[in-house]
Design a protein around this ligand. Structure first.
Ligand SMILES: C[S@@+](CC[C@H](N)C(=O)[O-])C[C@H]1O[C@@H](n2cnc3c(N)ncnc32)[C@H](O)[C@@H]1O
Length: 321
């Protein structure tokens, strides 16, 4: 049985019987005016972070969401979009699409603003999206792509790149792991499907995004997700797995490489009013400026009186590039 078949089986079961411990996140349940998230959607929250940010949703964007789960994030996207088929939800598992459709009826009962027709649910595969080229502004997935082995992951990312309009945003949340996982874990199809053993290091994850052509990457959050202990898994040390929230923007690739924001800031502490590096970065004295890692390294190499902070892994826009 292929790991993709194991994945379909696991999520068919998780659609028929909600599995509260599957994936799971430390994010609080959204408390927005007029928004009620049905309990069943919370129980079927199979994500590991959030992909819904108001900052991505200005200008009436067309939104694609791949791997629908219980529909919680589709409801959250609809909260901002509020129009017929403003959000397209794609999933390969019939039972998950059916459960999501049922959950929307409960969401309609709890939210007078919501209509099921705000989301168009479509059967389809992340590896071959039933969506036209350059037709969406925001494409999202939460806790699905970590399941894919490298070749499929590259295919899934290239599909998202294909359907995004120029300057469109791919927003994602996935587990990542800095410690190499042994073959016993890697080849365990069920653990992979359950978002435990497919995780790769952040830098590899980002590299696959930039290889696909995304010119700007924003790491927006990074937090503990699971710890693999010898008590429960075939490991000989504690292995922390984190979840990241990340946005990849379909900007043209800069000639000197992608802009990757990991939450670094630069601050000029010299005696002049400001420092101009001659490359478009003006640092006012004692004012922090959010910079991408490439600019942080270039500024550090000037040997000037510039303090560069560590990555906070919490970048939410602004900055120099
Ligand atoms: C870990 S769950 C995440 C669900 C949802 N994103 C959430 O945050 O609750 C993975 C979802 O992807 C779906 N899925 C699995 N393989 C898929 C594929 N190849 N293409 C599209 N969806 C897939 C599953 O049915 C399930 O709904």
């Amino acid at each position: 049985m292929s790991y993709l078949k194991a994945t379909n089986d696991l999520y068919r079961d998780a659609a028929l019987t909600p599995d509260v411990g599957l994936c799971c996140t430390t994010n609080p349940v959204w408390q927005f005016p007029g928004l009620s998230i049905p309990r069943i959607m919370q129980e079927m929250n199979y994500g590991c972070g959030s992909t819904v940010s108001a900052q991505d949703l200005v200008g009436n964007p067309r939104i694609l969401y791949v791997g629908v789960g219980g529909g919680m994030e589709l409801l959250q996207f609809s909260y901002f979009s509020r129009q017929k088929a403003g959000v397209i939800g794609v999933d390969v598992v019939d039972e998950m699409l059916a459960a999501c459709r049922d959950n929307f009826r409960q969401a309609e009962a709890e939210n007078d603003w919501f209509r099921s027709e705000y989301v168009e649910l479509v059967k389809g595969d992340a590896l071959d999206l039933p969506v036209a080229d350059q037709s969406v502004d925001v494409a999202a997935q939460n806790c699905l792509f970590n399941i894919f082995k490298e070749q499929d992951l590259r295919k899934a990312i290239s599909e998202m790149y294909r359907v995004l309009k120029p300057q469109g945003r791919l927003v994602m949340s996935d587990p990542v792991c800095e410690v190499p996982l042994g073959p016993e874990l890697r080849n365990d199809d069920r653990l992979r499907a359950a978002c435990i053993s497919g995780s790769i290091p952040v830098r590899d994850y980002i590299r696959i995004l930039t290889d696909a052509g995304f010119g700007t990457i924003e790491v927006r959050a990074r937090r503990l997700y699971r710890v693999l202990s010898p008590n429960h898994y075939p490991v000989d040390q504690l292995i922390p797995i984190e979840s990241i929230e990340i946005a990849a923007i379909k900007d043209p690739m800069p000639e000197d490489g992608p802009c990757i924001f990991t939450g670094k800031s630069a601050l000029y502490y010299g005696k002049e009013e400001y420092l101009d590096d001659g490359k478009g970065h003006v640092l006012l004295q004692n004012q922090p400026l959010a910079v991408c890692d490439k600019t942080a390294a270039a500024l550090a190499s000037l040997g000037a009186e510039i303090y560069i902070s560590e990555s906070t892994w919490h970048y939410n826009g602004g900055g120099c590039c």
